[in-house]
Design a protein around this ligand. Structure first.
Ligand SMILES: C[S@@+](CC[C@H](N)C(=O)[O-])C[C@H]1O[C@@H](n2cnc3c(N)ncnc32)[C@H](O)[C@@H]1O
Length: 233
């Protein structure tokens, strides 16, 4: 079993250093390698789908987004936080890597929505409060069980309306490749993606009183996640 505190520290160090350079390039518009381009395209497709689901959900509530609050958990460079703020929501954006938070705050200022977003460098599990919308994209893919369950439980508890998140689905062929990859020296491996079974996701969400709606695979080259919507009724 992993030491969750140590695992988070490793992720923080990675996303505050090499990972920041790698991912901010992917989430930006500078020239990147072919492999990274497939990730950029997949990520953009996933966010567009999430935004469509968000707008559908807002429509069902009969409320205005101007009166809603949102949490972007593991906000990275703030792409989705800014989108939430552009729809008029009051946004709390949290990321464990200070460099990510600083870049996100710069982007929010440039987009003219800084007054609607509160940025904090910290751990998702330290966030307190209740949010109409909770988004957590491409963060849980870095957590194996039981840390995955722990983080998703916390996010579900913070949600009073809509929870949107991604996870890396369990696939036997990929699992075998990861297992073989485990025999290679660590330096030869990329960021590890942690695959989770759909039943685990459903159980965790249901345990906290949310109803799972759509689960949609988003695939583009090396980008491979399931997007999930869950709501509190
Ligand atoms: C691959 S990036 C995704 C960024 C953003 N959600 C997006 O989709 O554009 C993963 C982010 O999760 C953050 N992260 C990982 N574990 C975290 C935790 N426990 N609390 C807060 N942020 C975390 C990392 O620092 C990194 O910025």
């Amino acid at each position: 079993m992993i030491d969750v505190t140590r695992h988070k520290q490793q992720l923080r160090d990675y996303f505050d250093g090499d990972g920041f350079r790698r991912w901010s390039a992917i989430y930006g518009d500078a020239e990147v390698s072919r492999v990274r381009r497939t990730i950029r395209v997949g990520h953009a497709r996933m966010l567009a789908r999430a935004e469509a689901w968000l707008l559908e959900w807002i429509g069902t509530t009969g409320r205005t987004p101007l009166a809603m609050n949102a949490l972007d958990a593991g906000c990275g460079t703030g792409v989705f936080s800014i989108m939430l703020a552009q729809h008029g929501m009051q946004v709390t954006a949290v990321d464990i890597a200070p460099q990510m938070v600083a870049a996100a705050a710069d982007r929010a200022r440039a987009a003219g929505v800084a007054q609607r977003v509160t940025f904090t460098a910290g751990d998702i599990e330290d966030v307190q409060g209740s949010f109409d919308v909770v988004a957590c994209f491409d963060v849980l893919i870095h957590y194996p069980q039981p840390a995955f369950d722990q983080l998703l439980s916390h996010l579900a508890q913070c949600t009073c309306g809509l929870l949107l998140f991604t996870y890396a689905p369990y696939e036997p062929l990929l699992a075998a490749m990861h297992w073989i990859g485990g025999f290679f020296p660590r330096a030869h491996r990329r960021t590890e993606i942690q695959m989770i079974r759909e039943n685990d996701v459903r159980h965790t969400v249901a345990r906290h009183g949310l109803r799972v709606g759509r689960i949609e695979p988003i695939r583009s080259g090396f980008y491979h996640v399931n997007l999930v919507e869950a709501t509190r009724e």
